[in-house]
Ligand binder design. Structure first.
Ligand SMILES: NC(=O)c1ccc[n+]([C@@H]2O[C@H](COP(=O)([O-])OP(=O)(O)OC[C@H]3O[C@@H](n4cnc5c(N)ncnc54)[C@H](O)[C@@H]3O)[C@@H](O)[C@H]2O)c1
Length: 310
């Protein structure tokens, strides 16, 4: 079996590459290395070469047409919410036009596509009575990034109906774990972890009661792998169903790092979601997936990794 990973030098993509190599897949990676350069060593260890291409380039489609993968795991994206607000055109260029390049080529060669969406950003500020949010939650993206991730699902349906594209779309919670980037959606884990290890102060924006659904990267990889052969034409929320406040996250990380300093509070940032939490019962039913790693253990492993990066 042949697998192609876009954004394979990224945080989640590089773990996906390891899993696919371990499963005996022949793997190729498309990545423009806009943020993944520091993870090239992991790909080298896995024995996988990176094709340094942008997903918007026609060469990416050509590579897919010549390699003819059975599966495409699509992670490459502009994934900075704040950048999407400042530059929605760039966000749409990468996340819409780049994704269409990949979907069009996948449809041409008959590859199954498994895409990474964002459960926090596509549902936006949802009705409090609906938590944890399932896939029936009305989409209410409140950033260009959330809009482009939401529209990806519409395009997947379009390609399925006109070209028979096979796909599964995974709407992820806040993914954390070794190799994560402080700029990512669960970047606060890496930011707090690194600052605590260095003895630097940590800042919390707002009162720290805002919650997120932190899901461990190893669990997320298992969901993608399961979706390579199950859940045809479906979107799945991939999270733990548990909300953790920034205050509690800081407390756990401070304890793991052996620090007893209090965080410093700064004014809340405009537009930040008050809460985010996903119901993954559908993934349980159709993919046989459920999160396995509890937050304390996952954070301890992440801190161990961050120590090696100092
Ligand atoms: N990390 C999270 O918490 C989280 C949550 C929800 C959804 N997601 C989604 O999961 C996917 C992977 O996230 P991640 O945390 O691994 O991000 P990441 O930034 O670590 O990885 C993205 C990779 O894509 C590459 N890339 C960016 N633009 C590209 C382009 N135009 N052409 C080719 N390569 C390009 C980058 O160099 C990087 O290696 C993204 O689609 C993201 O939107 C992530």
């Amino acid at each position: 079996m042949k697998a192609l990973v876009t954004g394979g030098a990224g945080f989640i993509g590089s773990h996906m590459v390891d899993r696919l190599v371990g499963e005996g897949r022949e793997v190729r990676v498309i990545d423009n290395l806009s943020s993944g350069e520091q993870r090239l060593g992991f790909l080298k260890t896995a024995g996988v070469e990176v094709d340094r291409l942008d997903i918007r380039e026609v060469q990416s489609a050509k590579l897919i047409e010549s390699f003819r993968p059975d599966e495409i795991y699509h992670f490459a994206a502009q994934m900075d919410v704040r950048r999407s607000v400042v530059d929605p055109i760039y966000d749409a260029d990468v996340n819409v036009l780049g994704t269409l390049t990949i979907l069009g080529a996948a449809a041409k060669v008959g590859a199954r596509v498994i895409t990474a969406s964002s459960g926090g950003c596509i549902y936006g500020e949802a009705d409090p009575d609906r938590f944890p949010l399932d896939e029936q939650t009305p989409k209410n993206p409140d950033s260009p990034y959330g809009i482009t991730k939401s529209v990806m699902e519409d395009y997947l349906r379009f390609y399925k109906s006109v070209s028979g594209l096979q796909y599964a779309n995974l709407a992820l919670g806040n993914v954390y774990g070794p190799r994560q980037d402080p700029a990512g959606e669960a970047g606060v884990v890496a930011i707090f972890g690194l600052r605590l290890l260095k003895g630097e102060p940590c800042y919390i924006f707002g009162d720290g009661t805002q919650t997120r659904d932190y899901v461990y990267v190893g669990d997320v990889i298992q969901a993608f792998f399961a979706a390579s052969c199950k859940g045809e034409g479906e979107t799945f929320n991939i999270g733990t169903g548990l909300q953790t406040s920034v205050n509690d996250l800081y407390g756990i990380l401070a304890e793991i790092c052996g620090v007893d300093a209090e965080p410093e509070y700064k004014p809340a940032r405009a537009g930040e979601l008050a809460r985010s939490c996903l119901n993954s019962a559908k993934a349980g039913r159709l993919l046989g997936w459920s999160p396995q790693k509890n937050l304390d253990d996952g954070l301890a492993e992440t801190v161990e990794f961050l120590r090696t990066q100092l």
